[in-house]
Design a protein around this ligand. Sequence first.
Ligand SMILES: [Zn+2]
Length: 315
Amino acid sequence: MKALLFLAILLVPIICVESAPNAHAASGASIPTEGGTWANPTITIVINPQPNQPWFKASYAGDVSRAISRWAESIIAYTDASGSDSIRKLSFLTYVAGNQSVPPNPDVQVDFTQSFGSTQGLGLTDVRISTSGTLGIFQAPTTTTLAAYDPTNTTQLTDIDMINIASHEFGHALGLGHATVSGTDDGTFELMFLSYGQAVGNPRNTLEAPSTLDLYALSYIYDWLATSSTLNSSGHPRTDLSLPSGATYSSEYPYPEQIQMLQTSVSQMRLEILIVAVVAGLLLALVLVFGTLLSRRKPAPPAPYSWAPVPTTPA
Ligand SMILES: [Zn+2]
């Protein structure tokens, strides 16, 4: 009983320490919009690979395509959970120049460069917002440039890095600014934070996904989709948005990735259970061995009778 009380006292401060920073992050996180919206829910993207450049990795074009399709999948996961499904009407048509015929005037052009050098980051997105007449409408083309190497021009981006940077830049192309915090409450990276939270080129880097905050802001930018399939009013001006109280601040991974993460944590849990079982088994065996040894050491009970003198047989 005393031991149980001690354990309870020990556990309380640990739980408090764990939850305190999370609560702080949720109340402080916000994201500004860029003050513009696309006027049509179908957004066309053309990716321009640089296959003849020595610094270009052939897989980068596919990485950018994957970044864009992951956005669509995150939107599905988010709208399933939140109930506001108007942004599900957004559709992204991605083309890779050189592989197929591309539309002449896409909404977004994606280009690559070797490195931005020390003054710039890893990606750059230039959006043009119409300010005369109808306020806050994006004008094609939005141009995104992605670097193949880090700003010191020494480390090449892995495919995971490229997907993450392209995902961040596509968030800008959709109308999102930079989120104010680097991590979400579930301990994952905030995709729309100003700087990349992982070391470029590290093979252990993980995929990042838009957060519920990013997708909440996206729903605000495209709220006109709830009533119309084309924009017939002006977009919202630049607005700072925070999640409504009670909403979970987490990364919204596509379903297949959520399943994979769940499977990984289940197998990790199985391993932990196995370790606990083995340790418990060993302890039990030790207890049994000691128990047996102690019971053997007990003094033998006194003989019930005295030995009679050994009879001797006459020779
Ligand atoms: Zn950015």
